[in-house]
Design a protein around this ligand. Structure first.
Ligand SMILES: [Zn+2]
Length: 123
């Protein structure tokens, strides 16, 4: 194992199931959609299904709540700022609810990183 001794290596770091090359939470987060992370060690694609699938339903519900919230916000702002009706809902979500959205994504990535069962598909 040539990566032992690397200063960025931590005890709780997840590794590629195929070659044991560690990958970071950040790398996992960036590969969130679609969920397949390319290993920098051996080039295999690392997958995780167990936790990702269990988060899919709450994730979808969360997305629905975000849309509802954005519509509600739009209605609240409309009397003061009528132009808000011209603003696409997706933009309202990004601007007003963005921190919430990214916070939730980060939590999901965190959870997957800690509890996920990673596997590689042999090519
Ligand atoms: Zn690997």
């Amino acid at each position: 194992m040539k990566y032992v001794g690397n200063s960025t290596m931590r005890k709780n770091m997840r590794v590629c199931p195929s070659c044991l090359h560690p990958f970071t939470k950040r790398e996992l987060g960036e590969a969130w959609i679609p969920f397949s992370l390319k290993c920098k060690g051996c080039g295999a694609y690392i997958h995780e299904l167990k936790v990702s699938l269990s988060l899919l339903i709450p994730g979808l519900l969360f997305a629905l709540v975000m849309v509802e919230l954005a519509e509600w916000l739009q209605e609240q702002i409309a009397p003061i700022l009528p132009i808000i009706k011209e603003v696409p809902l997706s933009l309202i979500i990004v601007v007003c609810l963005g921190p919430l959205y990214y916070g939730a994504i980060r939590k999901m990535v965190d959870f997957t990183y800690k509890n996920g069962r990673f596997f590689v598909r042999k090519r």
